[in-house]
Write a protein that binds this ligand. Structure first.
Ligand code: GDP
Length: 311
């Protein structure tokens, strides 16, 4: 898959503003393009499903396919306790979907996560969600969201965010609050048009930073991140470069990518995609997996929590 065919986005919102429901609706929409994809009711509450499939993950990723483009959607924890995790997720994506409830407007967690997205320089698509609510006040919500961008020091370009009105519950979205189509297409089209694809070098030597870690009873530690450069094949030898510069050799037993709710094993991943790798032994967050012939470390990333929550 070429980088141009990928969008890596983080979805951010205050709790209960409708992330799970909206991703669910987007997945159902993409079902049209991938008819064999099973759609479960609650996309991101799918831990039981992951366990059943034999692989447990922390960051809840969903990948949808729309108009030939793969959109990796990373659910981002809204709570300040996961500050380090949010920062790292922001490193893996190239754009952000900010959901704001059409009645409540921006809330503390909206602000916390948005700040990190803006600092990282990301473009944001603002979704005024739950537009079906009786007391929806989209103008007020857009104004307060805009004020929040300004308060947080957003650039002029970031302040010119596109706005989409949506009801995840009804599966509708549109460019005007009173002109909602019966689909998620206006939202998906806006994502494809405004958020960039990853700018990566697919031909160079392999390089990936361990951004999130998972653990599976059978497969052991799972390293999750965006393949930063080159390709990564099943059984490929890599050099693991630790934060202190020490290196060791390891082998990538299996490489996984996302498809809908599922994590599927692939022969080879290409730069730009978000992948999960097993068999590497004890890897720490921030370690670089590199080509043994050109073991170059990626710049270190902040680590605030020693181990991530196991959901
Ligand atoms: P999350 O915490 O952001 O993942 O939010 P959920 O998707 O779990 O939604 C929180 C609550 O809001 C649930 O009771 C949903 O049924 C409700 N909800 C989600 N989307 C909509 C919507 O578009 N319209 C309305 N009226 N309610 C919604």
């Amino acid at each position: 898959m070429k980088p141009e065919q990928i969008r890596n986005i983080a979805i951010i919102a205050h709790v209960d503003h409708g992330k799970t429901t909206l991703v669910d609706a987007m997945l159902k929409q993409s079902r049209i393009f991938r008819a064999n994809q099973q759609v479960d009711e609650r996309v991101m509450d799918s831990n039981a499903l992951e366990r059943e499939r034999g692989i447990t993950i922390l960051a809840k990723n969903t990948a949808i396919e729309y108009k030939g483009i793969k959109i990796n959607i990373i659910d981002t924890p809204g709570h300040a306790d996961f500050g380090g995790e949010v920062e790292r997720v922001m490193n893996m994506v190239d754009g952000v979907l900010l959901l704001v409830d059409s009645v409540e407007g921006p809330m503390p967690q909206t602000k916390f996560v948005l700040r990190q997205a803006l600092e990282r320089g990301h473009k944001v698509v603002v979704v005024i969600n739950k537009i079906d609510r009786e007391n929806a006040r989209p103008d007020y919500v857009i104004d307060t969201t805009f004020d929040l961008f300004v308060d947080l020091g957003a650039s002029d370009e970031q302040c010119e965010f596109p706005v989409i009105y949506a009801s995840g519950l009804a599966g509708t979205s549109g460019l005007e609050p009173d002109e909602l189509g019966e689909t998620m297409e206006p939202l998906l089209d806006t994502i494809l048009e405004t958020l960039p694809s990853p700018q990566v070098d697919v031909e160079g030597p392999t390089q990936m930073q361990a951004t999130l870690l998972g653990f599976d009873e059978y497969k052991g530690q799972i390293v999750i991140g965006r393949l930063h450069r080159g390709k990564l094949k099943r059984n490929q030898s890599v050099t693991v470069i630790a934060a202190d510069g020490t290196t060791r050799n390891a082998r990538a037993a299996q490489v996984f990518t996302h498809q809908g709710l599922a994590r599927v094993e692939i022969e080879e991943a290409a730069a730009g995609d978000i992948i999960a790798v097993t068999g590497l032994g004890d890897v720490r967050i921030g370690d670089t997996l590199a080509d043994p012939n050109q073991p170059e470390a990626l710049p270190s990333i902040t680590v605030e929590e020693p181990t991530l929550r196991m959901t």
